[in-house]
Design a binder for this molecule. Structure first.
Ligand SMILES: CC(C)(COP(=O)(O)OP(=O)(O)OC[C@H]1O[C@@H](n2cnc3c(N)ncnc32)[C@H](O)[C@@H]1OP(=O)(O)O)[C@@H](O)C(=O)NCCC(=O)NCCS
Length: 168
């Protein structure tokens, strides 16, 4: 690590949850909102380790649930910081689930979240840049930077639409 940047592996987090009946929907598979909550927590821990501050979730990109997760399975969340701008960073989370008895394993979802670092007054505060090292980290960095541009374009468009709604 240099004095200014942080390698993504320093803040990478791995969390696991055993799926119990209280996590399920009417079909006996995991409730999607539960997975989103686990994703948000894993990603926030990662963002806090990168920024060494408190953070808030600014946005969660669209998420697709690729396969159902059953009671008694284990959900694994692997989170790492892909890209950081001035006060915000993108964290990518890969969600996999496995049956601990049979070993059957599925990639369930991938999520991208943006966190903003806050100072003790609750104001956005600067964070270290990400210093990618491996080919994968460089690929994620470039993709994260591109997604950020898209996200900010979307935010500006929504704000424009919101302003019109208020005016009419
Ligand atoms: C996130 C929040 C702090 C941003 O505040 P803001 O007044 O827009 O601050 P700024 O315009 O200075 O932007 C700060 C950073 O957030 C980023 N940001 C703001 N809105 C964003 C969005 N919707 N998606 C991605 N990044 C966003 C900006 O790009 C900027 O990043 P940068 O400094 O790295 O360039 C503010 O909107 C907030 O507090 N939201 C509520 C967060 C919350 O409560 N989350 C929990 C779930 S409800």
């Amino acid at each position: 690590m240099t004095s200014s940047g942080k390698h993504p592996h320093i803040s990478a987090t791995h969390q696991e949850h055993l799926v119990r009946p209280q996590h399920t929907n009417a079909h006996g598979t995991v409730f999607g909102g539960e997975v989103v909550s686990w994703v948000d927590i894993a990603a926030a821990c990662c963002a806090m380790r990168h920024s060494s501050t408190q953070v808030v979730t600014a946005s969660i990109d669209a998420m697709a649930f690729l396969s159902p997760i059953h009671v008694g399975w284990v959900v694994c969340l692997d989170a790492s910081v892909n890209f950081a701008a001035r006060t915000s960073c993108e964290v990518g989370v890969k969600v996999t689930a496995f049956n601990p008895v049979t070993g059957e394993r599925h990639h369930t979802a991938t999520a991208y979240l943006t966190f903003v670092a806050l100072d003790s007054y609750g104001r956005p505060t600067p964070i270290p840049p990400v210093e990618p090292q491996t080919a994968d980290e460089h690929r994620r960095y470039a993709a994260g930077q591109k997604r950020r541009e898209e996200r900010l374009r979307l935010k500006a468009a929504l704000q424009g639409r919101g302003a019109k709604t208020v005016a009419t």
